[in-house]
Design a protein around this ligand. Structure first.
Ligand code: F6R
Length: 257
């Protein structure tokens, strides 16, 4: 069972996620972080920046990248990660990888998997979830064992991400994304979701059947998952009160040992 934490706001969620990253990095300065893009992790990066940690030795692997946007395009995920993560947090640019950043799309998946393995694997993976239930850009129907590869984006995801582009036609149709199997290899998953638009996907992922139809449901197969939600994203969870109770009454080792 994932640890599910329901908090009043995205800002508080970001503080909890930032604390998890800080604990990871204090245990090893060259920890490997899995980096999500999009709106969800922004409060995490903000809270982490406020901690003023030395993150210069941290290594990073982005979850995904669009295919077909020119280098330097402001919305390719290399640019987004540089702008929103590397620069504000003081990461070292050469230690942060994005799928497909080392050559042609063909073979990029295998090369990315090799690079993650060579780095010793991802210690802590930050995840958002799409309205389609995707994590990374693994849309419904993705193999639960999939590795990094080129995928097609659903029309729903293109519509959701059109807010970053001049028009829907400008949103790429393809991406390179870590697979569900890649994500499951990370040692700690931290999944965040905010707002009512995510409520159905969150409930399906956490409480529905594990299924390729709901790619986010693979988190149920992982031994160490922390899910941090605001009230709106938690609204469809059948066991929301239980999760709140579990968080408010965390096991106190001092008291019971
Ligand atoms: C981004 C990614 C996606 C997003 C998801 C939610 O790298 O892999 O899974 O996390 O689409 O996007 P936002 O946070 O913009 O709602």
């Amino acid at each position: 069972m994932a640890e599910v934490v329901i908090v009043p706001s995205a800002a508080e969620a970001g503080e909890i996620a930032a604390d998890a990253i800080a604990a990871q990095v204090s245990s090893r300065a060259d920890s490997v972080l899995g980096l999500a893009t999009g709106s969800t992790p922004l409060t995490t990066w903000k809270a982490l920046a406020a901690l003023s940690l030395d993150l210069s030795r941290v290594r990073g692997f982005a979850l995904d990248e669009y295919v077909g946007l020119p280098a330097g395009h402001p919305e390719n995920y290399r640019s987004v990660i540089t702008r929103e993560v590397v620069e504000p947090l003081g990461l070292t640019p050469s230690l942060v990888r994005v799928p497909g950043d080392d050559g042609p799309a063909q073979g990029a998946g295998e090369r990315y998997e090799d690079a993650i393995v060579a780095a010793g694997g991802v210690d802590l993976q930050i995840l958002g979830i799409g309205r389609t239930g995707h994590i990374g850009f693994n849309e419904p129907g993705s193999s639960l064992a999939s590795l990094t590869r080129v995928k097609t984006l659903t029309q729903q995801t293109r519509i959701d991400n059109a807010r970053f582009f001049p028009s829907l036609e400008d949103v790429p149709t393809h991406c390179i994304t870590q697979g569900l199997g890649t994500i499951l290899r990370a040692r700690h998953l931290v999944l965040l979701a905010f707002g009512s638009a995510k409520a159905a996907a969150v409930a399906a992922a956490l409480e529905g059947a594990v299924s390729a139809g709901t790619p986010g449901s693979v988190v149920q197969l992982h031994p160490r998952v922390t899910v941090i939600l605001d009230e709106d994203a938690a609204a469809d969870l059948e066991h929301a009160d239980y999760y709140r109770y579990a968080w408010d009454n965390r096991f106190d080792w001092e008291r019971w040992s």
